[in-house]
Structures are given as C-alpha cells and as structure tokens.
Design a protein around this ligand. Sequence first.
Ligand code: ZN
Length: 157
Amino acid sequence: MVHLISQWITATNQHFAHQRLPCSRFSGPFTGFYSPEFLASSYYVVTEHLPKPDYPELRAAGFSDFIDMPASAITYVDTYYITPAAMASLRTHFHELVHVQQWLQLGQEGFIARYMAELGQHGYDQAPLERMAYELDGHFNARGAALPVAQFVAKNL
Ligand SMILES: [Zn+2]
C-alpha cells in the first residue's frame, strides 16, 4: 500500500511539475523559520481541486474520511497543493512547509507509512505529525519568536 501511494505521489508531482512555483517568495515573512535554501527547493501548485490518492484499498483500510475531507492544501514530498482561496493565508503556507520538512526528514515512504499509521491510530486532528504542524503554524501566526523549523522537526519527530 505504501509503495502504491508513493508511486502515485511521484507521478502526481511529475504531472504538475510545469505548474509548480518555488517558495522563495516567502523568504521575507519566514525569515528565521525556514532557510532560503529550503524555500528555494520547496514548491507550491495552485489548484482548485487538490489531488488525493483514491484507491479502493485505501477506502477499505478506513481512509475514506481523509480522502473526502475538504482541505485547503496538501503536501507531497517537496510540493504542496493549495487552493486559490487559501493562497493569501501565510499560515497555510507555513503549515504545509512544516510537512515538507517532515517529508524531507522521514523520507518519502517513511512519511507515508508514519502518516497512515497516525491517521489510523489517532485520527487527523490528533495525528502527531499534524499536531506538530498546527503547533508551529500557531506559533508563527501569533508572531512568536523565530525558530528554525528544521531543527524543531528533527527534535520532535
Ligand atoms: Zn497538515
């Protein structure tokens, strides 16, 4: 299952590669949180319909809620997909970049396996990878002190 989703993600990112834009434009507001190098090698794609894997096996395994959950953005490896309505939300960009950092540190299949296990065990709201992202985007949104996200993720994974 993890391998199947991993292949779907690789194909999806390739499919949208010509539309993606680097996150360097956020280097100002995200100073002290994300390095310029990280932002230059992270990407976003604006799209009304966020791509999600929709396999019968996933639904059979209990992931229908996640597949059908309305969302404003979703991250696959170094690229996140974001709706036009959410584009103006720096907090959403910040949140997805936490996930990019998690993908980077866990590896593609490592992230998928862990995220699925957490969804199954805790549900979306309580999944530790999500809680980490929400904690950090909340800190950023509250104008909290600069904090290198890469190090925070490394310590808290
Ligand atoms: Zn998230």
